[in-house]
Each structure stands twice: as C-alpha cells, then as structure tokens.
Design a protein around this ligand. Structure first.
Ligand SMILES: Cc1cc2nc3c(=O)[nH]c(=O)nc-3n(C[C@H](O)[C@H](O)[C@H](O)COP(=O)(O)O)c2cc1C
Length: 177
C-alpha cells in the first residue's frame, strides 16, 4: 500500500476510535530478527517534552515486552476494517510460539527510521523510538483500576515512544471505516 508522510495529529479521531474498538497493532522485532505484532487497546497519542509521543502499555508477560526491551523501539500500525480478524488473532496468540504475520497473512517491512516492522497492509503506521519507560506502581494506583486491570499482577510497563515519522495512505480514513 502506498503511504505518504503526514503530521502525527492527522487522523487522530479515527485512530482513537480504532484503538478503543478493535485495537491497534504494535510491531516489534525479537533479538533474532523475527517480526511480531500484538494488539493494543490502551495507549495515548500526544505531546510531551516538546515531542510527539505514543505512550503504550505492555505487560511483562507479553513476548512484545522482551522485544521492546531489546530493540528500544516499536511501530503502531492502524489496521483497516478488513483486518479486524488480525487484531483479534494478534490479541490472543503470542509471538513466542506463533508467527502471527504468517497466520494473519500480513507482510512485515522494516520501518525506515526504527528497528521495528511496519505492517504493509495497514493504512497508517507510526515509527516510535523509546525515550522513557516506567512501570505501573500498585501503591500509586486508584483502587478501581487495581481491582479491575491487575487482579493477577503483571503490571504494565509504559513505553513513551517518540514519533519519528508517520505514514498514511491517501485514503486512510475510508479504509478505517
Ligand atoms: C483488543 C485487545 C487489546 C489489548 N490491549 C493490550 C494492551 O494495551 N497491552 C497489553 O499488554 N496487552 C494487550 N492485549 C493483549 C495482548 O495483545 C495479547 O496478550 C497478545 O497475545 C500478546 O502478544 P505477544 O505475546 O506476541 O506480545 C490486548 C488484547 C486485545 C484483544
């Protein structure tokens, strides 16, 4: 799919809608160079320290967690409507024992600016370099979140990824519907 460079604020509403419905695909490589994608439903797109950021939350139990610890970067890929099944598969199977690119018939292409795979079939891709990471601290968490999201522990690590570039297809928003 042909994509062109766009501002990080472009398509904001459509991307948030996708994040909170089917989810977005977080791309990373493992230490052996194998690409992986996992579905995320939580994240923030915004501006901190004078730079555009994606803040994503990844639990230590995820294969992706180890990948990002290794590579220090990730991509956020926004799937079109026809890829909703991929978001479901990538949110239930682990790259530890499944090649999710092959299983979902997705194509991994090395991103131009970071050591992370972009999903060729996605109409919007953000390339992100980790500039800060921090663990969720149970002692600092409101009870309503602690009892809902962390009954089994596995406290997320928050990765602040500086957005180096965003690429979007000219008809990105139509593809997200
Ligand atoms: C809609 C949806 C949203 C999800 N959001 C997150 C998330 O924000 N953070 C997270 O750690 N796991 C999240 N998950 C769970 C992971 O996607 C899932 O555990 C996945 O299999 C991990 O893949 P990996 O082991 O290859 O990294 C989500 C799953 C679904 C279905």
């Amino acid at each position: 799919m042909s994509r062109e460079k766009v501002a990080y604020t472009r398509h904001y509403e459509a991307v948030m809608e996708k994040l909170t419905s089917h989810g977005l695909l977080l791309g990373s490589y493992d230490a052996a160079g194998n690409p992986n994608v996992m579905t995320i439903g939580w994240g923030t797109l915004g501006n901190v320290w004078g730079m555009p950021l994606w803040i994503v939350l990844v639990r230590p139990s995820r294969h992706t967690y180890h990948n990002i610890e290794y590579s220090g970067c990730f991509t956020v890929n926004v799937p079109g409507d026809e890829l909703s099944y991929a978001a479901a598969v990538c949110g239930t199977k682990s790259g530890r024992d499944t090649d999710k690119f092959a299983e979902c018939k997705l194509t991994a292409k090395r991103a131009g600016n970071v050591l992370a795979p972009a999903v060729a079939e996605c109409p919007i891709v953000y390339e992100c370099q980790v500039v800060h990471s921090n663990d969720i601290l149970p002692t600092k968490l409101a009870d309503e979140i602690l009892s809902g999201a962390y009954v089994d522990g596995d406290y997320h690590r928050m990765y602040c990824g500086k957005i180096l570039e965003v690429h979007a297809a000219p008809d990105a928003e139509a593809r997200l519907k």
